[in-house]
Design a protein around this ligand. Structure first.
Ligand SMILES: *[C@@H]1O[C@H](CO)[C@@H](O)[C@H](O)[C@H]1NC(C)=O
Ligand SMILES: *[C@@H]1O[C@H](CO)[C@@H](O)[C@H](O)[C@H]1NC(C)=O
Ligand SMILES: *[C@@H]1O[C@H](CO)[C@@H](O)[C@H](O)[C@H]1NC(C)=O
Ligand SMILES: *[C@@H]1O[C@H](CO)[C@@H](O)[C@H](O)[C@H]1NC(C)=O
Length: 557
């Protein structure tokens, strides 16, 4: 156990880390050091050979056990097979089923695998997809969660995410050095410290087992780079949720920048900080450029990763897939689809209601939406689909504390002031069935937030067949409310005036066009289903498998 660095120790550690980082980048450029890396890699491979054999025989044993115990309910039903097979037709070099036999070991680097958050959901969905497509392969998760065994982890995955993994081919290897990636271990120079820590952690992982394919699902680019240094023939992948350092952060130091670091770029300390961040960004980009297949969780993340890693990746000869893709994480779209009808008959049940589902937080900008709605109402719109009914704005949100309560009160006052009190309905702390009811009865879904990274709520609007009116920025603009079959699925707006126009356009659509737009919206939401994720994941995974097969061949010959 190392002690937590104190003040003087701190400086020493920082110095050491910087040196290490320099040495590491020198590693990659210098062929001598590359040779050294290969030697270490061969050593690691040899020394973990026994564990590898053990793992394989254990998987075989568990498979047999599983088949004897539960012959009727293996997770690999015929349905699953057809589904997955259909998703990858034509993408495999040797053609479909033959590659189903690929039997390598896929290592997933996810030290916090029992955390139960959105990132973990992606990990488990990815493993499930891999298991279905390559039933002979073994998935190994490198984790630091010592206190839980396999059974407990798999049970939690089932309870928390409703994902059933096929137990015989998923295994866990326990890392002992996870403390090195905790931010508390590196009170200063945290970014660099954690990245060095991830190198230590990755080395720990490779002493346990050298996989045939190595995938990071937590954003440890340095760890993946280490893998490609030690094992040049092991294809590597990364699924990036969030860039470790973003171009926004770098520019935020500038005068007039935004955010918590605004204006800190001045003076001596500012200069030093800027140098440090820029050095780190270079290192990060360098590491990112070694990864064979890069996936990001949204267009926002993609564009940041592209601007950092892109230039470096373009200079790399060994990369056969330089592009950086988007694989959207799954959202619970299927349930909404089964609960809510979008058809001729269901149109009769929908009123001219505008729905806004959002917490009552300032950045959700309810004020703007109320103003836009009042403007829309004051123009006395005539709605051909609803000659008799009056439009209504329905605000649904949870009220978590007194601040939220106060805001709701202010919004009520504002609605009164704007003269639309009778047409605005507040629904606080609604339960799911009540929300479903509103989604069934409404026509339009609105989102007032600026620069939302993604916007799960907007995906839910689409799945429910609502026509979206959203801010012309962030995820709702780039990822969600996009054209389907060359036709719009909703409207973008920037000002209260444009929002009002959006409501007008949406609610005044002729009946058949309105239904057609709802159907397109629902189709658009398909990209965010489990199935959509699985298809994309398998396409990317297939590239890794093909690379593995090729490289293993050329190593042998
Ligand atoms: C859990 O998943 C199964 C199969 O994928 C599905 O049939 C079931 O409805 C899901 N349950 C919930 C509560 O989502
Ligand atoms: C991508 O990951 C980040 C960080 O976890 C998260 O804030 C964002 O909402 C994710 N995007 C999507 C599309 O889920
Ligand atoms: C709400 O929108 C208005 C109009 O664009 C803008 O001026 C205001 O800053 C926004 N408020 C918040 C909290 O984003
Ligand atoms: C909506 O997006 C535009 C363009 O990105 C931005 O200028 C505007 O301030 C945003 N409006 C609100 C209300 O956030």
């Amino acid at each position: 156990m190392i002690p937590r660095p104190g003040a003087t120790m701190g400086a020493f550690f920082i110095f050491l880390s910087l040196l290490l980082a320099m040495a590491l980048s020198a590693f990659f450029v210098s062929p001598v050091l590359r040779f050294f890396g290969g030697t270490v890699g061969r050593y690691l491979r040899r020394s973990s050979q026994t564990r590898r054999a053990l793992l394989q025989s254990r998987a075989d044993k568990e498979r047999r056990q599983h088949e004897n115990e539960q012959p009727a309910q293996t997770t690999r039903s015929e349905d699953d097979w057809e589904e997955v097979e259909a998703a990858v037709v034509g993408s495999a070099v040797n053609g479909g089923r033959a590659d189903g036999d690929w039997s390598g070991i896929v290592g997933f680097f996810h030290p916090f695998c029992n955390a139960g958050g959105g990132g973990e959901r992606v990990l488990w969905e990815a493993i499930q997809a891999t298991q279905k497509r390559w039933p002979e392969a073994i998935c190994v998760v490198y984790t630091g969660d010592h206190d839980v065994d396999k059974a407990a982890i798999l049970k939690r995955v089932k309870d928390r995410f409703n994902i059933s993994l096929y137990s015989p081919t998923v295994h866990f290897l326990y890392l002992t050095t996870r403390r090195y990636v905790l931010s508390s271990t590196w009170p200063r120079f945290t970014l660099l410290g954690q990245s060095i820590g991830s190198l230590i952690l990755a080395y720990d992982a490779f002493t346990l087992l050298v996989p045939d394919i190595f995938i990071d699902t937590m954003g440890y680019a340095f760890a993946v780079a280490l893998a490609s240094l030690f094992f040049p023939d092991v294809p590597t992948g990364a699924y990036v949720h969030y860039p470790t350092i973003s171009t926004d952060m770098l520019s935020s130091l500038d005068v007039g920048g935004q955010g918590i670091n605004a204006g800190k770029g001045e003076g001596y300390r500012g200069w030093a900080k800027r140098q440090y961040w820029q050095l780190f960004a270079k290192l990060y980009s360098f590491m990112g450029s070694t990864i064979d297949i890069v996936m990001t969780n949204s267009t926002w993340t993609q564009s940041h990763i592209k601007s950092l890693w892109g230039p470096y990746r373009n200079r790399r000869d060994h990369l056969t897939h330089r592009d950086i893709g988007v694989v959207f994480p799954p959202v619970a779209v299927e349930e909404l689809e089964s609960e809510i009808e979008v058809s001729d008959t269901s149109e009769n049940k929908r009123g001219p209601y505008i729905l806004y589902i959002a917490q009552f937080r300032p950045e959700k900008n309810h004020t703007l939406i109320l103003e836009a709605f009042s403007q829309f109402m004051h123009d006395k719109p005539t709605l051909p689909s609803w000659p008799k009914e009056k439009p209504k704005l329905v605000l649904i949100g949870s009220v978590r504390d007194d601040d939220d309560k106060k805001r709701v009160y202010e919004y009520r006052l504002l609605a009164n002031e704007l003269g639309v009190k009778d047409h605005v309905e507040f629904v606080c702390d609604a339960k799911w069935p009540e929300m479903l009811g509103w989604m069934r009865r409404s026509s339009v879904g609105v989102n007032g937030m600026w620069n939302e990274h993604f916007g799960i709520g907007v995906v839910e609007y689409q799945a429910a067949g609502l026509i979206s009116v959203v801010n012309n920025s962030g995820g709702p603009k780039l990822d969600i409310v996009v054209d389907v079959d060359g036709q719009p699925t909703g409207f973008h707006a920037s000002t209260a005036d444009e929002y009002a126009k959006g409501f007008n356009k949406a609610l005044r659509l002729p009946t058949d066009e309105m239904l057609a737009m709802r159907k397109r919206a629902r189709k658009s939401a398909q990209r965010f289903t489990d199935r959509g994720f699985t298809e994309k994941w398998i396409q990317n995974m297939d590239k890794l498998v093909q690379l593995q097969i090729q490289r293993a061949k050329s190593r042998r010959s």
